[in-house]
Design a binder for this molecule. Sequence first.
Ligand code: BGP
Length: 456
Amino acid sequence: MNNRFPDHFLWGAAASGPQLEGAGSKYGKGKTVWDYWFETEPEKFYQQIGPETTSSFYSRYKEDILLMKDIGFNSFRTSISWARLLPDGTTINQEAVTFYRDVFSRLRENGIKPIVNLYHFDMPYRLHKKGGWENRETVEEFYRYAKAAFQTFGDLVNTWVTFNEPIVPVEMGYLNDKHLPAVYDLERAARAAYFTLLAHGKAVSAFRELANNGEIGIILNLTPSYPKSDLAEDREAAKWADILFNRSFLDPVVFGKYPVEMTEFLAKETIDVPYTDKELVLLMNNTVDFLGVNYYQPRRVQAGDKETGAGLDKYFKPYHWPKAKINPHRGWEIYEKGLYDIALNIRDNYRNIPWYVAENGIGVEGEEAFLDEHGEVQDDYRIHFMADHLRWLQKGMAEGANCFGYHVWTFLDNWSWLNEYKNRYGLLRLDLATQTRTKKKSAQWFKQVAETNQLP
Ligand code: BGP
C-alpha cells in the first residue's frame, strides 16, 4: 500500500498562548479568567500550579522554533492572547506586537507555517466580570480584537482560526464546574454558545472586509457519538449528543444555519436565545474556508431518562463501552477509527470542506517512569497512538476525505486547564524546575514521518 501523504501535507503541533507562553502578568498582559481563578481559588487546581510561568515560550521561543524545525515541523498552531494584545480592549500593547511578530517571522524563516488562533479559552478578566460570552458587548469587543490582529499580523499570517473548541467553555463552564462561571444552567449555556458563534461570524466578516490574503477557519472538537446499541432509543440518544455537541457549531460555520433539531430543542426546553435576523444573515454569509478538527476520544451514549432526567440527561446519558481500549495513564478511551468516521462524515455531509487534524494526542500521568538512563522518555505508547490514528486517517483520505494536515497535541509538555502538568502530551519533555526541554522518543519518530511524508 502506498502510505505516502499528499505533497505539502502539514505536519506539526498545536499549542495555545495561555498554556505555553508564561509571562502571565508581564510585558503589559492583562489578566485572564484563568489568572483570576488561580489567584482566588488555587485549591481548585490539581497541582496548585497557576498560569504565570507555564512553559516559558515567551522567553524561549527562539530555541523552541529551532527545535520545531529540527523535528520536522512545517507548520505550528498557537493562539494570540487577547489580554496580551489588547489589555484594556482598545490600546494595542506594542510589546505583544513585537513578541508575536518575531514569533511568526521566525516560524516562517524556518519553513514553519504559522496557523494563528484568536481564542483558546482565555477570556480577558475585565470582560468575564461583565458576563463574558453571555454579554453581547463581548462580541463587539471580539470583533475589534480580531480586526486588530488581522491588521497587525496579516502580512505574516495567512491561515487564521477564530476559536479553538468553542463548545468547551460552554460545556465546562455552564454545564460543569471546570471553567468559570462553573454553573449548571442550560439557558445561560445556550446564550453563551450563541454569542460565541456570533463572535466567530463577526471575526470572519472582519477578515473578509479587510480582504487579507489567506484563509480563515475554526477548530472544533468533533466527537463522534456512538449509541450503546442499535435500539431506536440509543440511536436517538447518539443523534442528540451529535446535534448538541457537534452540529450546534459545525452546521452554522459550514452552512450558515442551525440544524432544525436545535430549534426544536430550544423550544422544548423553553430556552430563549436572543437571535436577531440580521445576525443570522451575518452567520449565513460568513462560512469558513476550512475546519480544524480536534480528536481525542469518542462520546458513547445510551438512551436518556426521558421522563425523569434533569437537563441533558433527558436526551442521552454516558455509556462506557466494555470493549473500550483505555489509555491506562489517563482513563480516556482510545478509538482510532473515530478519526476515519469524522473524515467520512465531513466528506459526505459537510461539502467535503478542506480540514486538518488540529489536535490529536495522548496525555500521560507519571511519564517520568518512562525515562531511560540517558534521560529520554521512551514513549512508545505515543508513537502507537499517532501511528494508529494516522493509518485510519489515511484510509479516510484514500476514500476521498479532504484532509490537509496533522497536528499533534502537543510540541512541548504544557500547562493544562485544572490538570496543569499532570498529564504530559509533548513530543518534548519539560523539566518544570529548570524549564529544560528534552526530546522524547516520539519526537524522533515524528521527524521521520514528517520528513519522509509517510508512515514508516
Ligand atoms: C483540548 C484543548 C487543549 C488541551 C487538550 C488536552 O481540548 O484544546 O487546550 O488542553 O484538550 O486536554 P487536557 O489538557 O484537559 O488533558
